[in-house]
Design a protein around this ligand. Structure first.
Ligand code: 5GP
Length: 191
């Protein structure tokens, strides 16, 4: 997606060979116009698949997921990373090892919002080792719902997440595919 790649090139900050910071438009400040374009792109890629729900993870998956939900006219559920007081019982839970924080945390969604008849699109901001996406997929499986695919805003294609998901048979649609962050420079996969 050209507009997203240009935004990454102009406003992304390469923190290391492994980590890209996009606090200027996705992870802290949010660019709503770009998010709307991202929502339209996800909707176009997954149109005619019968999606009934989108599942993402707090906090940075919410903006792109809501925009995709708006375009597809379906509800968006975000998995919570802790068990809050109002989200105690009747939970589907999974453990996720965080790439950026290097700690394991429990993610959870209420079983009230997802059922076996749902066809679910998983959306997240980044794909690195695939642990967040696999955790979300685990929650959806616990509900016996169908997984239509995984939509990613920024995939780091030099890390194993994409291949892991493809090997397990999931469709992966990434709007920007980063080939390398070496020498402080972002390069994209040529498609
Ligand atoms: P994974 O679970 O695929 O290893 O990592 C994906 C999760 O880690 C995303 O939800 C995202 O929050 C975070 N993440 C992974 N790589 C990056 C990165 O380069 N930059 C930022 N800002 N977040 C990342």
């Amino acid at each position: 997606m050209y507009a997203l790649e240009q935004k990454i090139l102009t406003e992304g900050i390469v923190l290391s060979d492994q980590v890209l910071k996009v606090d200027a438009f996705l992870n802290h400040q949010i660019d709503p116009v770009l998010m709307q374009q991202i929502g339209k792109e996800f909707a176009a890629r997954f149109k005619d698949t019968g999606i009934t729900k989108i599942v993402t993870i707090e906090a940075s998956g919410i903006a792109p997921a809501v925009m995709a939900g708006l375009e597809l006219s379906v509800p968006v559920i975000f998995a919570r990373k802790y068990q809050s007081l109002t989200l105690k019982d009747d939970l589907y839970r999974s453990k996720v090892f965080s790439f950026t924080k290097q700690v394991e945390s429990t993610i959870a969604i209420s079983n009230k919002h997802i059922s076996s008849t749902d066809k679910v699109l998983v959306i997240d901001d980044f794909l690195a080792n695939g642990q967040a996406a696999l955790g979300l997929i685990d929650l959806i499986h616990q509900a016996s719902a169908e997984i239509i695919g995984v939509g990613i805003v920024i995939e780091k294609s030099f890390q194993p997440g994409r291949d892991l998901l493809l090997e397990k048979g999931y469709r992966v649609e990434s709007l920007a595919r980063v080939a390398s962050l070496e020498n402080g420079t972002v390069t994209f996969v040529k498609e």
